[in-house]
Structures are given as C-alpha cells and as structure tokens.
Design a protein around this ligand. Sequence first.
Ligand SMILES: Cc1cc2nc3c(=O)[nH]c(=O)nc-3n(C[C@H](O)[C@H](O)[C@H](O)COP(=O)(O)OP(=O)(O)OC[C@H]3O[C@@H](n4cnc5c(N)ncnc54)[C@H](O)[C@@H]3O)c2cc1C
Length: 390
Amino acid sequence: MTEFDYILVGGGLQSGLLALALRERKPSARIALIEASDRIGGNHTWSFHSGDVPPAANTIIQPLITAHWPQYDTRFPNQSRRLNAAYSTISSDRFADVVSASLNRDGCRIWLKTPAVRLTHNRIECADGTELSAKCVIDSRGPLESPTGCGYQKFIGWEIETDRDWPESAPVVMDATVPQIDGFHFFYTLPFTKRRILVEDTYFSDSPQLDRPQIEQRIRDYLSARVPDWRIIREESGVLPMPWRSHPNSLPETPSETPPETPSDAPIRGGYAGGWFHPATGYSFPVALRFALAVADVSPELARNAIATLARRLTHRWKFARLLNRLLFCLVPPESRWQVFARLYRTLPPAVFARFYSMEFAVTDAARILIGRPPQINFLRLLPFSRSQR
Ligand SMILES: Cc1cc2nc3c(=O)[nH]c(=O)nc-3n(C[C@H](O)[C@H](O)[C@H](O)COP(=O)(O)OP(=O)(O)OC[C@H]3O[C@@H](n4cnc5c(N)ncnc54)[C@H](O)[C@@H]3O)c2cc1C
C-alpha cells in the first residue's frame, strides 16, 4: 500500500486549495489527490472579494486569478451603488492547471476517474481497488447529504461572446431591477473582457428546483436588452443551500462537543462535505481557504486539532449567518426579500461587507447588519405547520 502524508479526497475547490497551501508551506509533503471525475475543479467560476484572502495567502491565490476588478456595482429599484472594493474570479480551467502543476513532483500524485469508496482517518480504498494510506485523510467530496432547514441560492449562468461591447466595465453582483419572481431575483454579470461576459440569473428561493426553460428565456431577454447578438461558450448552474439549521456535518457548536483530542476513525471533512461554507451566501471560497491554511500550518497529525480550533473561532459567526437566513427565508415574504438587500447595500460601508463575506465580522458588524426592520414581517410563517415541507 502506498504511503503519503496527506490524502485529499475529491478534486474540487477545497482539495485544490489544500494542495496549494500544503505545497507552499510544506514543500516536502507527500500528497495524494483522488478525484472521481476526469478533471479537477469541475465547471465553475469561483468569485471572491479581496477581503476573503488573508495577506498570508496572497501567493497561493494570485496564480489562480483569471479576472480582477477594482470595484463592483449593485442595482435595486431607484438605487445603485458602486463599491470601491476589489473583486476577482478563478476559472476552474486555470484552477485545474495550477493545482495539477503544483502536484507534478516526486512524492505527489493525482488520480482521476478514481472514486474513493471507503475512507478512514488514515487510509482509503477506491472503486478500482487502489488502496492508499496517509498520516491524514481529508474528505472533500462536495455536498454529501441533502440539507434540511434551508433556503437556496440557485442560478444558471451563460458565458457569452458578443460582437458589440458590453455596456458595463465592472461586475454587477446584484442587478435586482428585474421582476421579483421565486424569491429575491437578480442578475449577476462579470465582464471578463468587453466582449466575453458571464451572465447569471440568480434566485434566493424557498425551492431548489431550477425552472430551466423559464430561466433561460429570462437570460435571453436580459441579454437582448443589452447587446444585439451573442454566442454561448459555456454554461454553469448551481443550487447552493443557505441553511438556517445546522449542517448535518456542521462545525462543532461548542468547544466541548468535538474536543480536539477526541480520537476518531473518520477522516477530517473539508469543503461542502464538512459544512465549510458561508451559510448566508452559499459560497465556500473564504472558509475553504482558511481551512486549507489551518491544515497547512501544522503537522498532519495535528490537522484535526487545528480544524477544531478554527471551527470554534467561526462558530458564532456561523450561527449569526444562519440566523440571517432564518430571518430572510422564514420572516420576509419572497416578494419583499429584495428590500432587505437594498437596505444593506444602501447603508453598509464596503469594509463591513468585506468582513461579513470573509467570515471575519465583529459583533459591531453583526449589529449594523441587523439594524433596520425587515419589511412586512409575517410571524405566522415561523410556525412549524405553516412550513410543513421543512
Ligand atoms: C456553478 C457554481 C458556482 C459557484 N460559484 C462560487 C463562487 O463564485 N464563490 C464561492 O465561494 N463559491 C461558489 N460556489 C459554491 C462552492 O464554492 C462550490 O460548490 C465549491 O466547489 C465547493 O468546494 P468543495 O471542494 O467542497 O466541493 P467541489 O468543488 O464540488 O468538489 C468535490 C469534488 O469531489 C469529487 N468527488 C465526489 N465524490 C467522490 C468520490 N467518491 N471520490 C473522489 N472524488 C469524489 C467531485 O467530482 C468533485 O470534483 C459555486 C458553486 C457552483 C455549483
């Protein structure tokens, strides 16, 4: 059986960030990365705010960036705002190239088309009979269980090419001037160049169902109002949970619940598999990066302790983000949800957004986010029988 220092199971965002952090901070570590599909990184555009990257991680993240803007815009009825805060994007193609290159050395290896079927804290078995052992196994196989007690951020995005210049030069992270359908509805546009743009139709919805024909028609209508013709060069879609209950594999709620010294035969769970995402955005880049840095800063034997420590540091922010989801999805009627975001983007300074998105917010930030009354609160919606599907 081949022996490694780390086995990273799942070749997505979490394992890729782990591989890059480990290669930088533990150059001689022996790393195995196991991916079920035929490619690393899947088909994604991962975007993040500059505050999501701690300064110490800049050298890891810089090579991944495929587009960068110094500012971004938000639009609501009768309100628009430009935030002077940098925004960046990583394409899964670039991600796959950088991660593959970093593991292309003696002692490291990537397995593609090799689903792992049995995992413990120090060994794995794959469907093709491959068996590997390591001092530390980290399971980042993406979402494993269907969550309950959550709303959803769901979207379809088309990356298009057009023969005319796109009318915007900055990303519009929320264009909520569109009809409010199926919850909070907005378009998200990333102008990679003047003529290559990602246009996503997004909903903060009670339901995980993506009504493809309807959504595609809305994207066509949105595009027609801006450019006369276009070609779709790539499509991506997602249904990301925005939980208000704790995740099935969620972070430890209290220090005593999962004491670091607890012996465990289970692998460490990272990424979506371990609940390491921002509950209020469905995004995982900031927490996946902090998870990767925490693991890379200690020996493989101490990784579980380091993760438990990070989990304890995040617990209160995690709970606050879930509370926001509960308020949004249980108290605010779907057609009024846009007003919550309009208020936030009208009143909060960019620094508060930066700390909130990166899960580094303080109590004072939480207070500022909560101040102000959500529109048309309907307390009946909190009663269990009024939401029997949850
Ligand atoms: C289209 C889309 C866009 C998104 N955009 C953003 C964004 O802009 N910013 C952001 O922060 N978040 C974004 N997210 C949310 C989140 O960051 C991603 O879902 C992220 O990829 C989660 O990382 P992960 O490593 O946990 O899981 P994944 O990236 O999904 O990786 C899991 C990997 O495990 C592999 N796998 C599964 N089973 C096995 C097995 N048995 N053996 C081996 N491998 C296995 C899968 O094939 C996959 O490659 C987006 C999600 C989607 C779907």
